[in-house]
Write a protein that binds this ligand. Structure first.
Ligand code: GLU
Length: 448
């Protein structure tokens, strides 16, 4: 069978077996399309059924999460954990709490996580989980009760050498704390079973900043291939959560000018730049007061683009940091028309396949999520090491490790793109380099 037939068969099979799960199909198709030349060169991957195994999670857990609101009303949410692949280490990946969460979303995220984690070069398998719970507008106590109920079921599947969750959309330090507390109580064990923990109880310095900082370090490496840096570059950032906040902070440190942030209601456009003082307002607004980004426009008297994303704003570099499929084909065309020549993905799968096609055809610097946003999980890997060693490294030391990891990820992707005759195509490079690591470990470990 030719590599192309194998690819077609697998793609048809996952569509049949996972009907209607369009985001999962999208993530698998992207990887399969990039792997054709690898399969042509390495028939052993086809013979061992590596791809068939990779697209089927090792284990899928789905459960009821009942909880009571402050008025005593009962609610039921659906909880999930997709333990995708453990060839390289314990299952590792975040939990997402958002009303749109379903099997398709979490399978796409879990599948991506496998390759992303491989790129970090740390001993991490891949998984993802979450619930269709909406933390927006809930009290602290409601969030705590939900987290406790969620873990009362999930805890039996977790463990520091088995499955180590972290945060994702809707899950930050507060939620990790509540879940860790409940896990500890049920197991009667204090272990590093979650990452993104508080700094005073086993968390790692720089974990909060890691995804955003890492994305900018990766983008810096992309710019270096054209002998450029961030000084004076106009950047648009979407989202206003953890990833976006620290993307802005690092871009400011590198003398770029960030002109936008957004949330699901709209975008703020600040042509003077979101400096550190304004960013402090955003951190308080989003992380403490849990308000909407519109408040920024009111506070600093800047333009608010109701219901719009930032991709219509002229920029040199774009940092999608919000969510999947937030850059459509038209958005991509607008970005390119306005002269944008670098896109680094802080969110997971933020560009639609049609948008990616535009970026690749235009040969701009395109940093795909599984490479560009791997900094978060990389520092999670370091948090696990610190917990095992029962020590903690200093801020500068962790930041340096993060930077070195992002440089190494860029190098691996670039080299793989050259090896397969598509120099500079980091989409192919990331998928190939991640896949080869996982596939070789699977070959070594036999048919499991
Ligand atoms: N949710 C993050 C990601 O998409 C972090 C996962 C982790 O630290 O385990 O990579």
């Amino acid at each position: 069978m030719t590599a192309n037939t194998v690819k077609q068969n697998i793609y048809e099979q996952i569509q049949k077996r996972n009907p209607g799960e369009v985001e999962f199909h999208q993530a698998v198709k992207e990887v399969l399309d990039c792997l054709i030349p690898v399969l042509e060169r390495h028939p052993e991957y086809i013979e061992a059924g590596i791809l068939e195994r990779l697209v089927e999670p090792e284990r899928q857990i789905m459960f009821r999460v009942p909880w009571q609101d402050d008025k005593g009303n009962v609610h039921v949410n659906r909880g999930f954990r997709f333990e995708f692949n453990s060839a390289l280490g314990p299952y590792k990946g975040g939990l997402r709490f958002h009303p749109t969460v379903n099997a398709s979303i979490l399978k796409f995220l879990g599948f991506e996580q496998v390759f992303k984690n491989a790129l970090t070069m740390l001993p991490l398998g891949g998984g993802k989980g979450g619930a269709d719970f909406d933390p927006k507008g809930k009290s602290n106590n409601e969030v705590m009760r939900f987290c406790q109920s969620f873990i009362t079921e999930l805890f039996r599947h977790l463990g520091p050498d088995t499955d180590v969750p972290a945060g994702d959309i809707g899950v930050g330090g507060r939620e990790i704390g509540f879940m860790f507390g409940q896990y500890k109580r049920l197991r009667n064990e204090f272990t590093g079973v979650f990452t993104g923990k508080g700094l005073n109880w086993g968390g790692s310095l720089i974990r909060t900043e890691a995804t955003g900082y890492g994305c900018v370090y990766f983008a810096e490496e992309m710019l270096k291939t054209r002998s450029e840096n961030f000084e004076g570059k106009v950047c648009t950032v979407s989202g206003s959560g953890n990833v976006s906040q620290y993307t802005v902070e690092k871009l400011n440190q590198l003398s770029a000018k960030v002109v936008s942030l957004s949330d699901s209601n709209g975008t703020v456009y600040d042509p003077d730049g979101i400096d550190d003082e304004k960013l402090a307002f955003v951190l308080d607004l989003k992380n403490v007061r849990r308000g909407r980004i519109k408040k920024y426009a009111e506070k600093f008297s800047v333009e608010y683009l109701e219901g719009k994303n930032p991709w219509g704003i002229k920029c040199d570099c774009a940092f999608p940091g919000a969510t999947q499929n937030e850059i459509s084909e038209n958005d991509a065309k607008t970005l390119l028309k306005n002269g944008c020549y670098l896109v680094a993905e802080g969110a997971n799968m933020p560009s639609t396949p049609e948008a990616i096609e535009q970026f690749i055809a235009d040969k701009i610097l395109y940093g795909p999520a599984k490479a560009a946003n791997a900094g978060g999980v990389a520092i999670s890997g370091l948090e696990m090491s610190q917990n095992s060693l029962r020590l903690s490294w200093g801020r500068q030391e962790v930041d340096e490790q993060l930077r070195n990891i992002m440089i190494a990820i860029h190098k691996q992707c670039y080299e793989a793109s050259e090896e397969y005759s598509r120099p500079g195509n980091l989409l192919m490079g990331a998928n190939i380099a991640g896949f080869v690591k996982v596939a070789n470990a699977m070959l070594d470990q036999g048919l499991v």
